[in-house]
Design a protein around this ligand. Structure first.
Ligand SMILES: Nc1ncnc2c1ncn2[C@@H]1O[C@H](COP(=O)(O)OP(=O)(O)OP(=O)(O)O)[C@@H](O)[C@H]1O
Ligand SMILES: [Mg+2]
Length: 248
């Protein structure tokens, strides 16, 4: 099966930091898979995602998306990839529609296309009645759902989401997860991060555990549970490999 993402020995050390955020990280994401990038706080998940979408330059190593280099081919990658960042990337003083027109036009989409795609996604993610309200007035779950819509207007074949369900209620989470399953079933690839092991177990074909900027282990949640001694759930596997000490 071809890879949507190939990451080879990525190294990144931020200016002024004592230790690297990524320390030779290698991992692959198969096309048409849902892959969970898991790791404790500070493991390097967001840094990895930011390198993939060209926001952060790696010190060493290489990352490609559908064969395009994440440093050199950023325009091609932007067309193929939707990124939902960890922080809400919407203007709070604008309505959802105003935000979507802003983002859609940055991608070079015609207003007619933005309207069609936006309407469809608003209905699918339960925001159609709120699209003319300012995003600043939205609940946490609504902001997360609007954040996802903005990243999908250009119909990317790869969706990268950084903690898309952080801080949302059970209903919004269920809606987001069902939406991601549906998006995947249309032949698209998803890389996503979460601290919720049950959630990853539910939607991921494969999970990759990283810690301190390094690859730890990967596999299907079932396979990892079956192959790790005394583990009944993915959370046990996660703790087995990353330990119990909190990260400061
Ligand atoms: N802009 C930055 N400048 C300096 N250090 C940074 C910067 N961004 C991240 N770091 C450091 O790099 C390491 C990896 O951070 P990163 O945000 O990639 O981890 P993460 O796995 O996404 O964590 P979390 O689960 O908390 O979101 C951490 O030690 C963090 O403090
Ligand atoms: Mg992060």
């Amino acid at each position: 099966m071809p890879f949507a993402i190939e990451i080879n020995k990525l190294h990144k050390q931020y200016k002024g930091s004592w230790s690297p955020a990524l320390d030779g990280l290698s991992l692959n994401v198969k096309e048409n898979h849902v892959v969970g990038l898991l790791g404790p706080n500070g493991a390097g998940k967001t840094t990895c995602i930011n390198i993939l979408c060209g926001l952060v330059e790696p010190g060493e190593g290489q990352a490609t998306i559908f064969g395009k280099d994440c440093v050199k081919d950023t325009l091609a990658i932007r067309r193929m990839t939707g990124v939902v960042p960890q922080q809400i990337a919407l203007f709070y003083n604008l309505t959802a529609w105003e935000n979507f027109y802003y983002t859609g036009r940055l991608y070079g989409l015609a207003d007619k296309t933005i309207k069609e795609k936006g309407q469809n996604l608003l209905e699918r993610l339960g925001l159609d009645k709120h699209a003319d309200k300012r995003v600043g007035r939205y609940s946490g779950g609504m902001k997360r759902r609007a954040n996802i819509i903005a990243s999908l207007l250009h119909e990317p074949q790869l969706l990268i989401l950084d903690e898309p369900t952080a801080g949302v209620d059970v209903q919004s989470r269920a809606m987001i997860l069902n939406f991601l399953k549906e998006y995947h079933s249309k032949g698209n690839t998803i890389l996503y991060t979460s601290h919720l092991m049950e959630e990853a177990e539910q939607i991921c074909d494969e999970v990759v555990i990283i810690d301190e900027g390094k690859f730890v282990i990967s596999g299907s949640p079932k396979e990892l549970v079956a192959n790790t001694a005394d583990c009944k759930r993915l959370e046990d596997v996660f703790l087995h490999y990353t330990g119990h000490s909190v990260r400061d």
